[in-house]
Design a protein around this ligand. Structure first.
Ligand code: SAH
Length: 238
């Protein structure tokens, strides 16, 4: 079981993706758990706003040194992370065989396009080593960098492109790490890393007819010759 603690201004943006298919089932079966912490919930109304119904609680401000865009303030994010870490510590690690609770292993990730490249190896190691992963999603120009210093976070990027926020990046990490947890994929053998998987896959019908043209499945796949099939797949995946 791995617990994801997501720090985000937009927790709603996760629900459709995490509510479908394999990841929905993984949550139901308690193989993974996802909790949200909205920095806005840790902001108090200003004196001027006191007594107002639903005041606009500000979490961003102009960047020091000038420039376009807004920066997420440190303190609301810090408080949200504190809450996540407290929850993680309270939940503890999963019980060991002797029934004792060991201290949970917690990792804190700061999403940034200039961070360390996330990949399958990273997903695998995280799934093996940690019970709790706190993922901090930035928006606008990013989050006040002092947050990184305070929590000794790891900067992680999901690819060489810039997104408008960290939410999609966090979902990429949740998705990829979850499939490394035993029992999340219906058949653990589905893991590409443990077998020869090819990028091209086929299913019925054997002959697909489209606009009067026939499209055949590669013959080797219906040959029943497993050795030949593996070889073909190995060639495909190169
Ligand atoms: N001005 C910032 C970019 C901000 S993008 C810079 O140049 O670094 C807004 C937020 O989206 C970031 O704080 C980060 O949390 C997220 N984000 C954008 N692209 C990302 C990527 N490739 N990987 C991970 N997070 C990303």
């Amino acid at each position: 079981m791995i617990n994801f603690h997501i720090i985000t201004l937009f927790p709603e943006s996760f629900s459709s993706y995490l509510g479908e298919s394999i990841l929905a089932r993984a949550q139901k079966q308690k193989k993974i758990n996802v909790k949200f912490y909205d920095p806005r919930d840790f902001v108090k109304p200003t004196k001027k706003q006191a007594g107002k119904d639903k005041p606009y609680l500000r979490v961003d401000d102009r960047p020091f040194g000038g420039g376009p865009g807004m920066v997420m303030q440190a303190l609301p994010v810090i408080k949200a992370i504190e809450k996540a870490v407290a929850n993680a510590k309270r939940a503890g690690a999963s019980k060991t065989k002797t029934g004792t609770k060991s201290a949970p292993k917690i990792k804190i990730v700061f999403l940034s396009p200039s961070g360390k490249q996330f990949d399958t190896q990273y997903a695998k190691e995280t799934a093996q080593k940690y019970q709790h992963l706190v993922i901090i999603c930035g928006r606008y120009e990013g989050i006040d960098a002092r947050v990184k210093k305070i929590f000794k976070t790891e900067d992680v990027s999901v690819g060489p492109f810039v997104l408008t926020g960290g939410e999609l990046a966090a979902m990429i990490m949740i998705d990829s790490i979850s499939r490394q947890i035993e029992g999340v994929l219906g058949d653990f053998n589905s893991l590409e890393e443990t077998r020869v998987a090819s990028s091209d896959v086929y299913t019925r019908p054997e002959i697909l007819v489209y606009k009067k043209k026939k499209y055949q499945v590669p013959k080797v796949l219906i040959s029943g010759n497993h050795k030949a099939i593996e070889e073909w797949r190995r060639g495909q995946s190169k």
